[in-house]
Design a protein around this ligand. Structure first.
Ligand code: C5P
Length: 218
């Protein structure tokens, strides 16, 4: 009895942390769909705007994704190699967001994401999981918070890592990516009609986790 839980929302809202925790709690796999767009952004994002659909399809066809493990130990691999930290930069995120506007890319990844879900129950994290990829999922969540709050959280994370951080710059990058994601014509970032919307501005991770898990209490 396979099940799909969708977790969507804007950049920096805490989706990844929560999706992993929910997957762990439910003993099912965690699927990071943003990582798929990031891989494409990283591999051919710079050239993508000038490519024909055929060229894009040829690039896309070179990558095979697979998911193994569950909860915190879920591993997404591309061509057999686990996805690493090289895609976790703001530059790659911006390239991901730009390839994410291309219909050929979205269609291809939608197919891959659905295919993966036929083999395993999972928590799917992304932007359009509840609206486009898994519209009939039983459990749908949409997390939101102001750009300022998300920027402040990211700033704190970087500070804790001892990395240089500029709060104003971070907030403006978040707003820029929000704008790209919310205003694109294909699969824009919006909550599904039947999603549970959780405003996390005033909640910490535990608070959001509790709010989500309430829906699973039998
Ligand atoms: O979630 P993450 O920040 O890794 O996603 C990177 C970018 O990939 C997003 O800004 C968005 O443009 C795109 N994306 C998407 N649909 C998804 C997941 C990510 O368009 N399901």
């Amino acid at each position: 009895n396979l099940r799909v839980v969708t977790l969507d929302g804007p950049a920096g809202v805490g989706k990844t942390t929560l999706a992993k925790r929910v997957a762990q709690e439910l003993s099912i796999a965690y699927l990071d769909t943003g990582a798929m767009f990031r891989i494409f952004g990283w591999k051919f994002g710079e050239a993508a705007p000038t490519m024909t659909e055929e060229e894009l399809e040829a690039h896309i066809a070179q990558y095979t994704f697979s998911l193994s493990g569950f909860g915190f130990d879920s591993v997404l691999s591309v061509n057999g190699t686990p996805v690493g930290d090289e895609i976790r930069t703001e530059e790659v995120a911006a390239l991901a967001s730009s390839v994410a506007k291309l219909p050929v890319v979205r269609t291809a990844l939608k197919r891959v994401q659905r295919e993966i879900s036929t083999n395993t129950s999972l928590v799917a994290e992304g932007r359009d999981m509840g609206t486009v990829v898994f519209p009939s999922a039983k459990y749908k969540f949409f997390l939101d918070a102001t750009a300022e709050e998300r920027g402040a959280r990211r700033f704190k994370q970087l500070q804790e890592l001892g990395q240089p951080a500029d709060l104003e710059l971070i907030i403006s990058q978040i707003k820029e990516r929000d704008k790209q994601d919310r205003t694109r014509t294909i699969a824009p970032l919006i909550p599904a009609e039947d999603a549970h919307i959780i405003d996390t501005t005033e909640l910490d991770i535990d608070g959001v986790f509790t709010a989500i898990m309430q829906f699973f209490a039998d």
